[in-house]
Design a protein around this ligand. Sequence first.
Ligand code: FPP
Length: 257
Amino acid sequence: MSRALATTTANASQPVPAGLDPARLPAHVAVIMDGNGRWAKQRNLPRVMGHREGVEALKRTLRLCSDWGIGALTAYAFSTENWSRPGEEVSFLMTLFERVLARELQALEQEQVRIRFLGDLEPLPEGLQRLIADATARTAANTGIHFNVCTNYGGRAELVRAARRLAERCAAGELDPAAIDEQSFSAELLTAGERDPDLLIRTSGERRISNFLLWQLAYAEIHITDVLWPDFDEAALLGALRDYQSRQRRFGGVDPC
Ligand code: FPP
């Protein structure tokens, strides 16, 4: 791509492609990575091959978001409902998470990525829990893109956990129930400190939120693409960002005259 046709934002390390307004990029992109199984089936491969290829798509997306100065990427890697998949697939996914994390940690550190895993991490295999704790600690002070991997994550469970924590603080006399507001509630969510996603991308054509970031997506723009997640590439991300920039965000208000 010609640099003359592109512009660099304050946080970007690479020029933002022509046709995108660098001043109106989403600060936070969330993604439901759907279609790995179908991608594999189309190629007569076992479903798990789709997950393996899905990792490459996720790495591509993270690099592009980071290069273009997008502040945060949150990916739905494993939902609380995904335990109901065949045992072999669940084991494959857990091992895949471990391998990818071990393999990529050094690069994440060098590229200033701050990685966090959002969800109930206790039921995960102990080896994976240790890797997660290590990766989180080692990248906590990084100044680049925030990369949130939702693992054993469920939006309803997250809301219930927040309500319970607030109730406990009220019962302990630390908090006045009348003082609970949207700010104090969102401070109890797993995403505390992260701004809400501006854009949700869902691949493979499904039109559902699937228990993902139920509170945080309240005002997100939603981009649905038929592209299967393993095929999600620069062109597909550009398509999502162009779609986002074509929207009028009103946050419940009206268009300015
Ligand atoms: C949904 O496709 C995808 C998943 C449940 C797994 C996503 C996980 C990855 C891409 C790996 C991420 C790795 C790390 C280390 C963060 P599906 O299986 O539901 O596809 P289908 O709808 O076509 O069956």
